[in-house]
Ligand binder design. Structure first.
Ligand code: GDP
Ligand code: GDP
Length: 453
């Protein structure tokens, strides 16, 4: 069972460099009653409450976040599986097959007081073929007298059995050490560079970028060139807004109003891109007094594709009358369909109107950009959504979404593990519902799909 990775993003952005790696997945398999759920709770340290079962929804698998020695991983509990037509042995073997193809490592749990049954031997045969690491837990070893039983499990050919008591916690530290050693290196949570949050102020020429920057710094009388303990890149400006210092990146050009006679447009686009890359959140300035242009939409797309949080600031609002306001609303509906989630503020750099609303908008957008939905909560919501509206059938097959994790933040990135391709329309539907449930106002959200074939 080979695992193909098909990374796709909602909104048509290319799936290239910014695609976050999924956090590694550990699948727990074994017969009913060997103590899988108890052990999973032990692994989680009960950090995450078990999701309430939704009446009428059968959930194949439940996934949770685990953290051990600073390593994050997802634990998938296959406990809810019912023996199918092939009987218990077939069901557990099928479970092991699926675990092997979706997980980065598999944990087989055996009840040491019972020993290896024919079912375990069948599962072991499947797991021995796995190219993923397989760990063996001998559970219910509540005291020393049971160590002998543990040793007999070497016969399964899966290496050293780890004696544990899921109930009492005995041995679980050693097992967790072995688990994180077996899993691929987890992407560490992108630790932010300390200091003020980084803002790009971008937009086409003449929308009022330098006017706004001057207004923001002038009004607050707080442009600082150095802050104790921080070195300031001279191309950036530190600006105090609403009691907080922000780093406006790459503003040297704005301040000096450098204009190159030839290739000005090329350099402007390059500067825009550089500023966005250096920032965490971008304020895209738009001229509200004029029709939205291709150039405006290109800048917006640059921000989304770079995965940065987004605030749309409609400038020159002092020039906007009733008619223009209606017209602009239509242009927004038509042109900014890709970013219905963006924070929006109507400002005037000239009069200072509403510029103080920028800081709260930046904060909202960054909060969303930093936000993580716990895996248990995510899967509780997702299983309900999918039960109500399953993915469309394609080529006679109904793709199944097995589980999901939020693999990353900045930007928030979901990975859906599926048995088939999910159409773009369905992924957009999931994104829309995800935002309805969890918010994420002001931040792009990426949805990657990992298809098991
Ligand atoms: P699952 O069906 O594999 O998920 O098994 P459960 O986690 O539901 O456990 C089945 C039964 O075994 C429950 O009554 C648990 O309390 C018990 N159990 C689980 N782990 C241990 C253990 O380490 N020692 C003992 N004595 N009982 C355990
Ligand atoms: P930049 O090229 O984006 O830095 O734009 P500038 O800040 O140089 O502004 C371009 C022109 O728009 C200047 O003539 C500004 O005075 C004018 N401008 C900027 N903001 C506003 C505004 O809010 N209202 C009006 N009426 N004019 C503005």
């Amino acid at each position: 069972a080979e695992f193909t990775t098909l990374d796709e993003q909602v909104g048509g952005a290319d799936a290239g460099e910014e695609t976050a790696l999924a956090q590694p997945v550990l699948a727990v398999v074994g017969r009913p009653n060997v103590g899988k759920s108890t052990l999973v709770n032990r692994i989680l340290g009960r950090r995450e409450a078990v999701v309430q079962d939704v009446p009428g929804v059968t959930r194949d698998r439940v996934a949770y976040d685990a953290l051990w020695n600073g390593r994050r991983f997802t634990v998938v509990d296959t406990g809810g599986w019912e023996p199918g037509a092939t009987g218990l042995q077939g069901a557990v073997a099928a479970q092991a097959e699926l675990a092997m193809s979706t997980a980065d490592a598999v944990l087989l749990v055996v009840d040491a007081t019972v020993g290896a049954t024919a079912t375990e031997e069948a599962v072991a045969r499947v797991l021995r073929r796995s190219d993923r690491p397989v760990l063996l837990a001998a559970n219910k070893v509540d005291d020393e007298r049971l160590f002998a039983e543990t040793a007999s499990l070497w016969s399964l050919g899966l290496g050293e059995p780890y004696p544990v008591s899921a109930l009492h916690g005995r041995g679980s530290g050693d097992l967790l050490d072995a688990i994180v050693t077996a899993l691929p290196e987890a992407p560490r949570d992108g630790e932010r560079v300390a200091g003020p949050r980084r803002v790009a102020l971008v937009g086409k020429p003449n929308v009022g970028k330098s006017s706004l920057l001057n207004k923001l710094s002038g009004e607050e009388r707080a442009v600082v060139d150095s802050v104790a303990g921080t070195t300031v890149d001279p191309v950036d400006s530190l600006v105090e807004l609403d009691g907080e210092t922000w780093r406006f990146v790459d503003t040297a050009g704005l301040r000096k109003r450098v204009q190159t006679a030839s290739g000005a447009e090329y350099y402007a686009a390059l500067r825009t891109r550089t500023a966005i890359e250096a920032a965490e959140v971008a304020i895209v300035l738009l001229d509200a007094s004029e029709p939205l242009s291709e150039q405006d939409l290109r800048v917006v797309s640059m921000v989304v594709d770079a995965g940065r949080a987004l605030v749309l600031a409609f400038n020159k609002w002092d020039l906007v009358d009733e008619d223009r306001r209606h017209q602009l609303a239509k242009e927004i509906d038509r042109g900014l369909v890709r970013v219905p989630w963006a924070e929006r503020v109507n400002v005037s750099a000239l009069t200072g109107r509403s510029v103080r609303k920028l800081a709260p908008a930046l904060r909202t957008a960054l909060r969303s950009w930093d936000q993580r939905v716990p895996t248990g909560q995510l899967n509780g919501w997702l299983s309900e959504l999918i039960a109500a509206t399953p993915p469309p059938v394609r080529g006679g097959k109904q793709p199944k979404v097995l589980f999901a994790t939020q693999a990353g933040i900045r930007p928030p990135t979901l990975v859906l593990f599926t048995t088939g391709f999910l159409e773009a329309g369905y992924r957009r539907f999931i994104e829309r519902k995800f935002r309805e449930r969890f918010g994420f106002q002001g931040s792009p959200v990426r949805i990657n799909v990992r298809v098991r074939e």
